[in-house]
Design a protein around this ligand. Structure first.
Ligand code: CP
Length: 311
């Protein structure tokens, strides 16, 4: 893939070589993060403007992109969404995007809930767009930072047994991760109640019993129960207490998991639901490593797409 000037909307756009190029760049950036000149655009160069448009809430993704933008000497443009712009007067998401596009930023970072018109405008955009999450479809930068974290901790994705546990059906993180991890040579298992499993289960090992899934896996990827994405009516089938009893990762369950394994969660965590409070301090929990790696992986994408730091 030619990164320069390209959009990144899903992981399946990326060849395995392209993924390793991103990881190589992210590793370089991580090693030089405290060296102030290492990452920044050259003195005298025009600083590209990165427009951040988040039509859905975000803490980690938005802040890590903004932080990387600042540290690299780029110019962040935070397009306020909601009451702070003309969406309050009825302007659509697609029109909002097209109007900001007409102003000519150098790159967009966009999160949205899956609006079809906006997705179409993004696909046709002449200005590159990095997806910061699209509905339940895709979250490519989350999948990249997760794979980067696994590779850093375990050396390679090849042959790793990765259990994705929780509300998989409503998770863009699960979709992007499953696509990427399988291509990188991992075996992926899915664990959760039937209500939370995706329609197509081909290519995955399915575990209804959490203990069996934990005993099988080296990497545990826990997902948030996404109440906001459940159709009205469908959550009636979801019993929180029953879910906690069967699928909440607690100290008892973790006795079945490898002592050398790692535990990931994309955040935000519903502590006390998918992860018990007592496991917060478990050395296998790598949540803050994921968050920190998110800054480096996103900085790498900004650098590659904007051509910063090329010799
Ligand atoms: N993992 C993730 O996308 O977190 P945010 O919603 O806080 O960005």
């Amino acid at each position: 893939m030619e990164f320069r000037g390209s959009s990144l909307l899903s992981t399946d756009q990326l060849s395995l070589d392209a993924v390793q190029s991103i990881f190589h760049k992210a590793k370089q950036i991580k090693e030089r993060w405290d060296s102030p000149q290492a990452l920044r655009i050259a003195p005298g160069e025009r600083a590209p403007v990165v427009a951040h448009m988040f039509f859905e809430a975000s803490t980690r993704t938005k802040t890590s992109f903004m932080l990387a933008t600042h540290r690299m000497g780029l110019r962040p443009l935070d397009v306020g969404i909601g009451t702070a712009n003309s969406q309050i007067k009825g302007e659509t998401e697609a029109d909002t995007f097209l109007n900001i596009q007409a102003m000519g930023p150098d790159l967009f970072v966009v999160r949205h809930g899956g609006d079809g018109d906006l997705a179409g405008a993004i696909r046709e955009s002449q200005i590159p767009v990095i997806s910061a999450g699209e509905g339940i479809e895709a979250h490519p930068t989350q999948a990249l930072l997760d794979a980067f974290t696994i590779q850093e901790n375990l050396g390679s994705l090849q042959g790793q047994k990765i259990l994705i546990c929780g509300d998989i059906a409503h998770s863009r993180v699960a979709r992007s991760n499953a696509e990427l991890l399988v291509r990188m040579g991992a075996e992926v298992g899915l664990c959760g109640p039937k209500l939370f499993l995706p329609e197509s289960l081909v290519g995955f090992r399915i575990f209804q019993d959490l203990k069996e899934g934990l005993a099988w896996s080296h990497v545990l990827m826990v997902l948030r129960v996404q109440h906001e994405r459940h159709q009205l009516g469908s959550p009636s089938a979801f019993a929180l207490d029953e879910y906690r009893k069967l699928y909440s990762i607690d100290e008892k369950h973790l006795r079945f998991f490898s002592a050398k394994g790692i535990i990931l969660h994309p955040g935000p965590v519903n502590w006390g639901v998918e992860l018990d409070h007592a496991v917060r301090g478990d050395v296998r929990v790598k949540i803050f490593e994921q968050v920190r790696n998110g800054v480096f992986v996103r900085a790498a994408l900004l650098a590659l797409i904007l051509g910063i730091g090329e010799e």
